[in-house]
Design a protein around this ligand. Sequence first.
Ligand code: NAD
Length: 292
Amino acid sequence: MELLNGKETSQIIMKEISDAVRNRKSEGKKIPHLAAILVGGDGGSITYVNNKLRACEACGFESTLMRYDDSVSEEVLLNKIHTLNEDKSIDGFIVQLPLPPHIDETKVILAIDPMKDVDGFHPMNLGKMALNMPAFISATPSGIIELIRRYELDTAGKRCVIIGRSNIVGMPLSILLSQNKEFGNCTVTLTHSQTKNLKEICLQADIVIAALGQPGFVKEDMVKEGAVVIDVGITRVKDESKKTGWRLSGDVDFDQVAPKCSYISPVPGGVGPMTVASLMMNTLKAMDLKGK
Ligand code: NAD
């Protein structure tokens, strides 16, 4: 069994990005600038945004954080998005989800200029991605593809089962892995909460990708010998042995499943850091696209 080490791989990618940024700087060119909007005080969201800002620093990017109270109105948020769309110093920006219930997430996503939508959530980017046209691909699916690419895993003709069909992970990943291109060409089955016989379906898979948000859901009897298992899940579970009282758990029961796998990604240290590295790649691309 070999570990798909997302932490190490993401550090290599960010080093490559910071070298590129240093070269740009020495040529007197603009350096990438990522802005992040964070609403409310959810612990998970704060951690995710802080990780992204730390990554900006590691890559030599400029970054700006805009924080709002839970009570911020939709109008104020939309106005801020319009300002960021117009601000030439900002190459890309993200609005950390989820947003409070009184704010319409779809409206917010639609308000983002697709050319600055480094999260790849805008329908323009999702649509282009589905048609295999150049687009910003959302960070988690593109991070997973990059992990597969860096480990040179064979995907052509392989059976891939994805558990979870969200717009930000499962659905786009199912499209990317089925496309006729390098690190695609899988025969993909996209499963979800209404899927019957999930265990039997998973047992046929050469590649299992778990993105459902249920800690330890994938057990040893769901995975065939030699399969590649990629764990996207991140859930805080109680752990009295930790100072914080919790630890992060993936959707795969790692201890049970790992001995059967050819490759497996851990949590933490797997898909999470690759997601952050992908966001940095998208931000660099956003600046390049404008020819700055
Ligand atoms: P979500 O929470 O929006 O949806 C869950 C999906 O799982 C749904 O499509 C649902 O149909 C499916 N599902 C639920 N129960 C199921 C079951 N018993 N069998 C089969 N399918 C089932 O999904 P999400 O936003 O993609 O998040 C999934 C997990 O991935 C969460 O733990 C989240 O924290 C994590 N996540 C991690 C990263 C990362 O960077 N590592 C990024 C995004 C999400």
